[in-house]
Ligand binder design. Structure first.
Ligand SMILES: *Cc1c(COP(=O)(O)O)cnc(C)c1O
Length: 368
């Protein structure tokens, strides 16, 4: 096999499979929002958006206005929700037809002032309520103020009402999650009654969709599930990891007992050692927590643990007992050895490992 270097292989057929699986969990009347923030969890935002648009997603969500503008400039036409717009970019929403999540009175005041200045009519926004995550969101006591502002403002139309669950993947927190859901429903009822029209309701992320079928409402927001992870072994078996991170051996070296390898002499050989150098480092998203043997790479069917500190552009793995040569393929994670397993062994989660894979790593799209 000809070495093709470090690459993140992105399997669009797996993405399609996961999309269909998640869709099969919701009713036909529930809209599906694909969350593609943070470069589509590292998979490449525009290519993933194009595929999901083709598959029939109803909505997209990103975190920031800049991400939404990039999608519009790439020709994405479906509605785009921005989950956490910053005050200084609110005005940029209008020109690109981007729907902001309004998460505080302050953001609402700013946004309505812009809408008034532009004499807009019924510009779509979504209101986020804080029901217990205590991150962003309008607190119930601010509701009268928000409603008063909206009633004076025909420039704005509340298309959606949302909240975010704090522990939808945690079965020990069912009661807390149910209380968030009830609070959300109460708030939605009040807002709709006061405004005199119905809005979309959405609160479930991937684990919400899978664990709380009563709260799908009119739309769900899925991110990690699309990429093949369900935060639960019982769901993971139905999903297919989309990304595989691969490389080839750059160099093979040997050191004798007592010699050391990597920065700060971080691995001291207790016996003679043969190791391989891989062209990936913390500058590519392989965080230093994966050093010191806390991650294993697959080399010719065998596990090779990392040796010492992960450098910026490369790391070393022990191949003392593995027959291998320069150019041989190395798997960092793939469909059989998922990113979740690698991440969990080092004390983190699939989300962080995937979103951390930097632009420098070439994406290769497969569509079998
Ligand atoms: C990131 C995010 C999601 C997607 O969550 P997953 O667990 O990846 O499905 C949904 N809603 C909000 C508000 C988010 O920030």
């Amino acid at each position: 096999m000809i070495p093709t270097g470090t690459r993140l292989e992105v399997d669009l057929a797996a993405l399609a499979h996961n999309f269909q699986y998640l869709k099969s969990k919701i009713s036909e009347n529930t809209l599906f929002m694909s969350v593609i923030k943070a470069n589509a969890y590292g998979h490449g935002m525009v290519r993933i958006a194009e595929k999901l648009q083709e598959l029939g997603t109803d909505y997209f969500a990103v975190a920031y206005v800049e991400e939404a503008i990039e999608l519009r400039e790439a020709g994405i036409t479906k509605p785009i929700l921005v989950l956490h717009p910053q005050l200084h970019t609110l005005e940029d929403c209008f020109e690109h037809c981007i729907e902001p999540v309004i998460y505080s009175v302050k953001v609402l005041e700013r946004f309505s002032a812009f809408a008034k200045a532009k004499s807009l009519q019924d510009y779509p926004i979504h209101l986020e309520f804080n029901t217990g995550l205590n991150r962003i969101g309008i607190d119930p006591e601010d509701l009268p103020k928000v409603i008063a502002l909206l009633q004076r403002n025909s420039q704005i139309n509340v298309r959606g009402l949302q909240s975010h669950l704090a522990a939808s993947e945690d079965h020990d927190e069912k009661e807390f999650t149910q209380s968030q859901i009830s609070k959300f429903e109460e708030l939605c009822d009040i807002v709709e009654q006061q405004l005199g029209y119905k809005c979309l309701r959405h609160t479930d992320n991937t684990s919400g969709i899978l664990n709380y079928s009563d709260s799908h409402y009119s739309m769900v927001r899925s991110g990690i599930g699309l990429y093949g992870y369900g935060n639960d072994i019982n769901y993971d078996i139905h999903l297919r990891p989309v990304a595989s991170l691969k490389s080839n051996i750059s160099q093979i070296r040997s050191i004798k007992k007592g010699e050391s390898v990597s920065y700060n002499r971080s691995h001291k050989a207790e016996k003679d050692l043969k190791y391989a150098v891989i062209a990936l480092g913390h500058g590519d998203g392989i965080n230093r927590i994966y050093g010191y043997g806390r991650a294993n790479m697959l080399v010719n069917g065998k596990w090779a643990p990392t040796l010492g500190i992960i450098c910026m552009d490369m790391f070393m793995v022990d191949v003392s007992s593995i027959e291998c040569a320069v150019g041989d393929p190395v798997t960092i994670f793939d469909q059989n050895y998922p990113a979740r397993d690698m991440a969990e062994k080092a004390g983190t989660i699939s989300y962080e490992l995937l979103t951390g894979i930097q632009k420098r790593v070439r994406r290769v799209y497969l569509n079998k």
